[in-house]
Design a protein around this ligand. Structure first.
Ligand code: ZN
Length: 220
């Protein structure tokens, strides 16, 4: 399926879809709920372009692979090439702010973690990254004071603020760019606050970048 990045206001956005660079355990309350220690340096992983689907359309929950968890995350659209970026380059490269669901095969991940194996199968599978449209960065008053929320079947499940990120967005982008060149159209997922849990076919989800963007969608 052809995927195209888009702005929430419908204005033109001509960036190709690239990879999605993610950080694990970027909120202390989420690390604690899974009994994970807080990492001493950012824990990075990548979801490939083939994992991305539009959040506004019903997304598939893999069957027969154990529990599938939602993780609601602030998504940053990269508009300029970044390699060993400094803070000002990272800031200037932000083309949009949106929402991503970092869908995770939690049982598969637990098995891989026990064996000391990479997480890819649990994090990078097809459809594992529903992505919203993006809000222009100038409309976001403060990247590090932004509430994100997830409501499932009318029940508030995640309600976190980017102020609580262990690695703030700009230094995180710089750190990522020292390992992985970020290209125009790549997306950075900034970690999930606490409250993660299983998502089941038929669940109705409301995902919010509070006061900026609301996506109503469903799992199938
Ligand atoms: Zn995540």
């Amino acid at each position: 399926m052809h995927y195209q990045h888009r702005f929430q206001d419908g204005s033109d956005l001509q960036l190709p879809l690239g990879k999605v660079v993610c950080v694990g355990r970027n909120y202390a309350d989420h690390a604690a709920e899974l009994n994970n220690p807080i990492p001493s340096e950012p824990m990075l992983f990548i979801k490939p372009a083939s994992s991305v689907v539009p959040m506004e359309q019903p997304f598939s929950v893999p069957q027969g692979m154990g529990s599938v968890h939602f993780e609601t995350e602030m998504a940053i659209l990269i508009g300029e090439r970044l390699q060993h970026a400094d803070l000002s380059a990272a800031s200037a490269a932000i083309a949009g702010v949106g929402l991503g669901l970092d869908l995770t095969l939690r049982d598969v991940q637990d098995g891989l973690k026990k064996k000391g194996h990479p997480w890819e199968k649990s994090k990078a599978f097809d459809g594992s990254c529903p992505l919203s449209a993006f809000v222009k960065p100038e409309l976001v008053p403060d990247l590090q004071d932004q509430q994100i929320r997830l409501t499932v079947n009318g029940e508030l499940r995640q309600d976190g603020n980017s102020a609580l990120m262990l690695n703030k967005i700009l230094p995180l982008i710089c750190y990522m760019s020292a390992f992985f060149t970020l290209e125009p159209g790549d997306v950075v997922l900034t970690g999930t606050p606490a409250g993660v849990g299983p998502v089941l076919p038929g669940d109705q989800l409301k995902v919010e970048l509070v006061d900026l963007l609301t996506v109503e969608t469903a799992a199938k």
